[in-house]
Ligand binder design. Structure first.
Ligand SMILES: Cc1cc2nc3c(=O)[nH]c(=O)nc-3n(C[C@H](O)[C@H](O)[C@H](O)COP(=O)(O)OP(=O)(O)OC[C@H]3O[C@@H](n4cnc5c(N)ncnc54)[C@H](O)[C@@H]3O)c2cc1C
Length: 341
């Protein structure tokens, strides 16, 4: 294990923001992770886990030990006629896992194709897309505690998964480094194609009885045509969460914005479209110096040529203020912000 001092992180985050980590280590095994955590404790350093940096805003230098989880491995740990339990190491690329599981005949993850990032980061915000969330497949999350390098195993219910949320963003924030996930996948196809964009894509392409591979290909095609590629247009995906409202909140928003797109949730709440609110406030396609709002996706903030994450956060604040004035709703930022301390 080699601890690097003053490591630049600009190429390690999808917004391409400039930030220096006081200390940085790449870990390839649990042993190396233990050594890194011990180094952190001995040097009284705060620990920040970093995957592929596709859901972080680095708003300044990080006075911390940044641990890049690079451990690789996929192992079938249980199997019966209908299901399979896979243990996947945290450093694996998420999309490669989706591709590989499909090729093995293990189904379920196809709607989550092409989401950037690592397997270890996936439970943090319970990644989701096209009507499916990671939480449906998690049996457990394995991790080491930052304070003692103690081995932790959290069941799906202990992870408290919710829309773009989990215990790792709340009570356990920065308390552990995830080492692997146990995922339960099906050997029988059980396609989820009710999500409107997906449904209409399949309809347009005359796919009436889609296979999991059809879903995978459709999701890849839709995402590739609609979402800006961070390699050419630095971004962190959706910058704001869609607000989830109780009945009273929803009624009050409807009074101000009667045509707001909304989606009833299983728990009786209603999710409303943050992108629509941002668009109504005139921000879609807006550019403020070197940062802006994508012209096709009001939820996506883009970095045209800015090193300083605080500029992007200032834009986000302006957007939040106008959405609040328009609708009374307080938007919440989706990526994790670091470096403001
Ligand atoms: C173009 C684009 C499209 C996207 N589309 C979607 C989408 O459809 N759905 C969706 O849900 N998300 C989406 N995202 C967000 C992002 O892809 C996910 O949040 C992804 O899981 C982040 O993975 P990462 O490895 O890049 O995590 P990072 O950005 O490196 O880290 C994110 C957070 O996870 C923590 N973390 C990372 N690894 C570990 C670990 N091993 N242990 C403990 N904590 C850890 C970090 O400390 C940080 O707080 C998109 C992003 C982009 C850029």
């Amino acid at each position: 294990m080699r601890v690097l001092q003053n490591e630049p992180l600009q190429k390690r985050n999808s917004l391409r923001l400039q930030s220096i980590a006081r200390a940085f280590v790449n870990v390839n095994s649990e042993e190396e992770l233990r050594d890194a955590l011990l180094w952190g404790r001995n040097n009284h350093a705060r620990v920040i886990a970093l995957g592929q940096g596709s859901n972080v805003v680095l708003a300044g230098d990080l006075n911390a030990l940044v641990i890049h989880q690079a451990t690789q491995g996929r192992e079938v740990i249980e199997e019966d006629d209908r299901t399979i339990v896979l243990r996947v190491s945290a450093g694996e690329n998420w999309h490669s896992l989706v591709q590989w599981s499909l090729s093995q005949g293990y189904f379920g993850l196809e709607n989550l194709a092409l989401i950037p990032g690592t397997v270890g980061a996936a439970p943090i915000q319970n990644i989701g897309a096209y009507g499916v969330e990671l939480s449906s497949f998690v049996r457990s999350v394995q991790a080491l505690s930052v304070s003692q390098s103690e081995q932790l195993k959290l069941s799906a219910s202990q992870c408290c998964f919710a829309y773009r949320d989990s215990v790792f963003k709340r009570d356990m924030q920065d308390q552990c480094v995830i080492t692997s996930l146990d995922l339960v996948l099906s050997k029988q196809p059980n396609v989820q194609c009710a999500y409107p964009t997906l449904k209409s894509y399949l309809h347009q392409h005359n796919v009436s009885e889609p296979t999991p591979l059809d879903i995978f290909n459709a999701v890849v095609a839709i995402r590739s045509s609609r979402l800006p590629d961070p390699a050419t247009c630095p971004n962190a995906g959706s910058f704001f969460k869609n607000p989830v409202l109780d009945a009273a909140q929803f009624r009050s928003v409807l009074k101000r914005a009667p045509s707001i797109p909304h989606y009833p949730q299983a728990d009786g709440k209603t999710k409303v479209a943050a992108g629509w609110l941002i668009e109504q406030c005139g921000w879609k396609g807006a550019r403020v110096e070197s940062v802006g709002v994508h012209s096709e996706h009001a939820l996506v903030l883009v970095n045209y040529d800015c090193d300083d994450g605080r500029r992007l956060l200032a834009l986000a604040d302006d957007i939040k203020r106008s959405v609040f004035d328009f609708s009374g709703l307080e938007l919440e930022i989706e990526p994790r912000v670091y470096g403001l301390e």
